[in-house]
Design a protein around this ligand. Structure first.
Ligand code: OMP
Length: 277
């Protein structure tokens, strides 16, 4: 999926929402456990309930791998379901990969060719040869972790390099040379100060930023968006738990719909205030 198509979809749906598909059998409505594939039943209902209000789905592999081969089947079925019913949606494999070159090649082949996802999250710690294999695919995306939303982001990502530049900025400055704003995005967590987004925008004015940390992790949508938006919109904001588990009764899909619409309406206002739609 190319950049102009993503922008077009955001403008059409007046939303830059990504729904995170992080299903947990302990949290999904208990009546679904009677189904042969509870995870897929849950995901497909959530997708049908939210597609009008979002542009992307992010599939976090941990929530599937934890159920072994059955979980992998649910993951594959979920991707196929989106591709068949909502082919315009951007599908992010949240697998946080990155390894020596020949191993990364296998990861890239698996996620782009076998699973047919549009994008994958990557850890940059192993450097250039761990990321390049993902950049060889036309219209596919490497989404590099730059500044994560979790508490542990302070352990390494703020360490100062030469010229007092924090490591997360160094990661962005260096890695942006490996690809372009047509095949790389960056993850920046919404739990950080909005000023950080402004600082990052000076280094990557045109790249898309994937922003997790809204909802359950407490980030402020308005503040972060105002600092991170660019002239091409340039942001995709992920929300997982706050939509998936808005309600755990049999009416879960209706509640997910209302919650996704709540975020979409906020995003629409932000886009209109900035005259981007
Ligand atoms: P919620 O907090 O439930 O909205 O979920 C956030 C989702 O984004 C989870 O799938 C996380 O694994 C993911 N995530 C972060 O929360 N923080 C990050 O810094 C990076 C990610 C990610 O790469 O998606």
């Amino acid at each position: 999926m190319n950049k102009s198509f993503i922008i077009e979809q955001i403008k059409r749906s007046q939303s830059f929402l990504c729904v995170g598909l992080d299903p947990d059998v302990q949290k999904i409505p208990q009546h679904l456990l009677e189904e042969p594939d509870p995870i897929f039943e849950f995901n497909s209902a959530i997708i049908d309930a939210t597609y009008q209000h979002c542009v992307a789905y992010k599939i976090n592999f941990a929530f599937y791998e934890v159920y072994g081969s059955e979980g992998i089947q649910s993951l594959e079925k979920t991707i196929r379901y989106i591709k068949i019913n909502y082919p315009e949606k951007f599908i992010i494999a949240d697998a946080k990969r990155g390894d020596i070159g020949n191993t990364s090649e296998k990861y890239a082949k698996s996620v782009f060719e076998k699973l047919e996802c549009d994008a994958i999250t990557l850890s940059p710690y192993m450097g250039k040869d761990s990321i390049l294999p993902f950049l060889k695919y036309k219209d596919k995306w490497a989404i590099v972790l730059a500044l994560t939303s979790n508490e542990g982001s302070k352990d390494f990502q703020f360490l100062l390099c030469e010229n007092n530049q924090p490591l997360y900025l160094k990661v962005i400055e260096k890695s942006k040379e490996w690809g372009t704003d047509q095949n790389m995005m960056y993850v920046i967590g919404a739990t950080h100060q909005p000023d950080i987004f402004k600082q990052i925008r000076q280094i990557i004015p045109h790249h898309f930023i994937l922003i997790p940390g809204i909802g359950a992790q407490g980030g402020s949508l308005e503040e972060v968006c105002n600092a991170a938006l660019n002239d091409d919109i340039g942001i995709i904001v992920n929300v997982s738990r706050d939509i998936l588990y808005a309600d755990t009764s049999e009416k879960f899909a209706t509640s997910a719909n209302i919650q996704a619409q709540y975020y979409q309406q906020k995003m629409k206002k932000i886009l209109m205030d900035r005259k981007l739609i």
